[in-house]
Design a protein around this ligand. Structure first.
Ligand SMILES: NC(=O)C1=CN([C@@H]2O[C@H](COP(=O)(O)OP(=O)(O)OC[C@H]3O[C@@H](n4cnc5c(N)ncnc54)[C@H](OP(=O)(O)O)[C@@H]3O)[C@@H](O)[C@H]2O)C=CC1
Ligand SMILES: O=C(O)[C@@H]1CCC=N1
Length: 312
C-alpha cells in the first residue's frame, strides 16, 4: 500500500530525489491526488510493482524553513507536471511532518542537523522509524546520538542527476537482521528508482561524497573546458556543448554498459601519429590526471570536516 516519505530539508537534493522518485512511479497505482496532469510517454515509466508493494512511497511530505522556499518548491513541482497537492509542504513544522511519516530523508545542511533533530518532540516523532541521512560528513554515530536508540539511522550519498533518474547513490551497509530486510528493500527501491545504487561501508563515505556527490560539479568543469576548446576553434557554443556532453555520456556508458576499461577506449581512439595522441600529450603536460585525482583527495578531506562543529 506504500508508505509516507518525508524530506526533512527539501532544497536542491530533496527536489532532485522527489523529482526522480515521483517520475519513476507507475501513475496507474497512485491515488488521484498524485496523478500528473499529463500522462507519461508509455515505456518511460518503471513500474513500482503491485499495489501491495510496501517498498514504494505513496505519500510525499517536504519540509522547509521559509515560506519563500515553499513557493519555490510548488513552482518546481508544477513545472514537472506534478499537481500542487501531490507533495504536502510543511513550513517550519518539522515535527508535525515527521509524526505523519514512516521514512524520513534528512536533507538539510550538515551544520543544521543537530538543531533540527533536537527540536522538541522530534525524538519521539522519529521513534522506531527509518532515518536516512544524505548529509556530507555527519556520521551515523553522531546522528544516532541525537535520536532514540529505536530510530534506525542509515547514510546515503546521492547526487543531483537523481533528478533525471541518472543518479549515483551509495548507501551505508545495513546490519543484517530480519527486521532490517524491509528497510533495505525500501532504501533500494527509493535510490535504484532514481539511478544506480550500491551499498558500501560507512568508512568510504567521505570519498564517495567527493567522487560521486560532488562529482557532477567536477565533471562540468571538464565538460565546459572541452566545449570552450571547440568554441575557440570556431564551433558555435550550443553545438560545442552538445558534442562535449554526448561524448562524455557515450564514453561513460561504454565503461558502465559495455564493461570496457577506460584505457582500452582511449587506445582505440588514439591513432599512431594522429591528433588524439597530440591532444593527450597536452593533457599530460598539464598534469590533468594528478590535478583531478588531487581534487577528489582534497574534497574527501573537506567532506570529513563538514560534520565536525569546529570545522564547519
Ligand atoms: N547538493 C548536492 O549536490 C549534494 C548535497 N548533499 C547533502 O545534501 C544536503 C542538502 O544539500 P542541498 O540540497 O544542496 O542544500 P539546500 O540548501 O539546497 O537545501 C537545504 C534545505 O533545508 C531547508 N532547511 C533549512 N533549515 C531548516 C529547518 N530548520 N527545518 C527544515 N528545513 C530546513 C532549507 O529550507 P529554506 O530554504 O526554507 O531554509 C532547504 O530547503 C547537505 O547536507 C549536503 O551535504 C549530498 C549529496 C549531493
Ligand atoms: O558541496 C557539498 O558539500 C555537498 C556534498 C556533496 C555535494 N555537495
Amino acid at each position: 500500500m506504500g508508505y509516507t516519505l518525508c524530506v526533512l530539508g527539501c532544497g536542491n537534493m530533496g527536489i532532485s530525489i522527489f523529482s526522480g522518485v515521483i517520475d519513476s512511479l507507475d501513475v496507474s497505482r497512485l491515488p488521484n491526488n498524485l496523478k500528473k496532469w499529463e500522462s507519461h510517454t508509455p515505456g518511460t515509466m518503471t513500474p513500482t510493482g503491485s499495489p501491495s508493494d510496501n517498498t514504494a512511497p505513496s505519500r510525499f511530505l517536504a519540509c522547509v524553513r521559509r515560506e519563500v522556499s515553499a513557493g519555490k518548491l510548488k513552482g518546481v513541482f508544477a513545472s514537472m507536471g506534478v499537481l500542487a497537492q501531490s507533495i504536502e509542504i510543511f513550513v517550519s513544522q518539522n515535527v508535525q511532518a515527521v509524526q505523519q511519516s514512516d521514512v524520513v530523508l534528512l536533507c538539510c545542511k550538515p551544520q543544521l542537523a543537530h538543531s533540527i533533530l533536537s527540536e522538541s518532540g522530534m525524538k519521539e516523532a522519529l521513534d522506531g522509524k527509518l532515518l536516512i541521512s544524505i548529509l556530507a560528513g555527519v556520521t551515523i554515530s553522531q546522528i544516532s546520538g541525537w535520536v532514540l536508540p529505536s530510530t534506525k539511522v542509515i547514510r546515503a550519498m546521492p547526487n543531483t542527476p537523481c533528478k533525471i533518474r541518472e543518479g549515483m547513490t551509495v548507501v551505508s551497509t545495513i546490519p543484517s537482521s530480519s527486521s532490517e530486510e524491509l528497510d533495505g528493500a525500501i532504501i533500494l527501491k527509493i535510490f535504484s528508482s532514481i539511478g544506480r545504487c550500491r551499498f558500501l561501508d560507512e568508512k568510504h563515505f567521505d570519498a564517495c561524497t567527493a567522487l560521486s556527490g560532488s562529482g557532477p560539479a567536477f565533471a562540468c568543469i571538464f565538460l565546459e573546458a572541452m566545449a570552450d576548446g571547440g568554441v575557440m576553434m570556431g564551433l558555435p557554443r550550443a553545438e560545442a556543448l552538445e558534442l562535449a556532453s554526448q561524448t562524455l555520456q557515450g564514453t561513460a556508458r561504454m565503461v558502465l554498459q559495455a564493461g570496457q576499461h577506460p584505457a582500452q577506449i582511449r587506445d582505440a581512439v588514439t591513432t599512431p601519429g594522429g591528433c588524439t595522441i597530440a591532444g593527450l600529450l597536452a593533457l599530460e603536460d598539464g598534469k590533468v590526471r594528478s590535478t583531478i585525482a588531487r581534487c577528489i583527495q582534497i574534497a574527501t578531506e573537506r567532506a570529513s570536516e563538514l560534520g565536525q562543529p569546529t570545522k564547519q
